[in-house]
Design a protein around this ligand. Structure first.
Ligand code: ADP
Ligand code: MG
Length: 323
């Protein structure tokens, strides 16, 4: 089972940033409103995610670390209607198979906190009492300590940290209502404070720069159960960020990116790709998120319709702006 986990880890855990992604998504699924990410040495040495979410009961700690254990899908029907970010029950098993992982947790209804420790291939998970406030912390030490081939692919501390920073920016724009703190080697690097929808512009400016929200075009368009909103910056001065979200999930979906590019090619004729932060809301039954283990891509049941809707929404925005 441990070997299977290590193989699965290859798909889910490429680098420290992918560990951070899985763990922060778990915190979000657990209803956390405050998440703290502590990194040491670019994540080579330590990745710690602490949240104030629902916690994991003592009896479920070992289960949470085993493969295909997910508390999020109760039936196959749920697979058609996925609202949580995680659902494969693979992340914790995979990560713990290639690191030294400590999971500490306390659900509000449980009097004491408990911790589980797992190290590499050694399947025996040790459960002990510990001290922890309501919520969960997961500490991942010495990533890839037992898979030297994988460790070789880790880049410098600085590069790995910049991937984590970039990831947290995308997450910060997926959930404006969450407080997010990122530290590196003991110093606070980012602090995203919760904002309401009306103040979205504040957080977007913090992530993408003031120029992006001041000169960018605000898009808002809906029809046939599809709703697209966000910002686009058509000027050549800025080509980052390029973030898209589908029902609040971060995506780098080819179909969406294609529609945006096509709108610009036709109207501006420019070869440059604009900066954008765009949110697509769609009936969850109309998308399949279970396509890729790292979940970057989706499959739309009505791909053509979605593509053309985005194309037209962006085209319309560009035309009004030009006239
Ligand atoms: P998945 O997210 O696909 O269910 P994971 O391996 O990421 O699988 O997590 C396994 C299980 O551990 C989750 O289904 C959840 O019950 C529990 N879990 C993981 N992280 C947290 C957390 N931060 N807070 C509460 N429960 C968690
Ligand atoms: Mg998960």
């Amino acid at each position: 089972a441990r070997l299977a986990n290590q193989i699965a880890a290859g798909e889910v855990v490429e680098r420290p940033a992918s560990v951070v992604k899985e763990l922060v998504e778990n915190s979000l699924d657990a209803g956390a409103t405050r998440i703290r990410v502590d990194i040491e040495r670019g994540g080579h040495k330590l990745i710690r995610i602490s949240d104030n979410g629902s916690g994991i009961a003592k009896d479920e700690l070992t289960l949470a670390l085993s493969r295909h254990a997910t508390s999020k899908l109760k039936s196959l029907d749920d697979l058609e209607n996925i609202c949580s970010l995680g659902f494969r029950g693979e992340a914790l098993a995979s990560i713990s198979s290639v690191s030294r992982l400590t999971l500490k947790s306390k659900p509000a209804a449980q009097a004491e906190a408990w911790q589980a420790f797992a190290e590499g291939r050694d399947m025996a998970v040790q459960v002990q009492p510990t001290a922890h406030p309501d919520g969960t912390s997961i500490e991942v030490k010495d990533l890839f300590f037992n898979t030297p081939a994988r460790r070789k692919f880790l880049r410098t501390e600085k590069t790995e940290f910049s991937h984590i920073d970039e990831l947290l920016k995308r997450i910060a724009l997926s959930r404006l209502d969450i407080a997010l703190t990122l530290t590196h080697n003991g110093k606070v690097v980012r602090q995203y404070r919760p904002v309401s929808e009306e103040l979205a512009v504040k957080r977007i400016a913090q992530v993408a720069g003031k120029g992006f929200t001041e000169q960018g075009m605000h898009l808002q368009s809906g029809e046939q159960g599809l709703y697209l909103h966000g910002w686009i910056m058509p000027q050549e001065t800025q080509t980052e960020p390029q973030y898209t979200y589908v029902n609040g999930r971060m995506m780098r979906d080819k179909l969406i990116l294609h529609a945006i590019r096509q709108a610009f090619e036709e109207h501006v004729g420019a070869t440059h790709v604009p900066a954008f932060v765009l949110y697509l809301e769609i009936d969850p039954r109309q998308v399949d998120v279970n396509v890729h283990p790292a979940k970057h891509e989706v499959r739309f049941h009505q791909a053509r319709l979605v593509h053309d809707f985005i194309l037209q929404a962006v085209q319309q925005l560009i035309t009004t702006e030009q006239s």
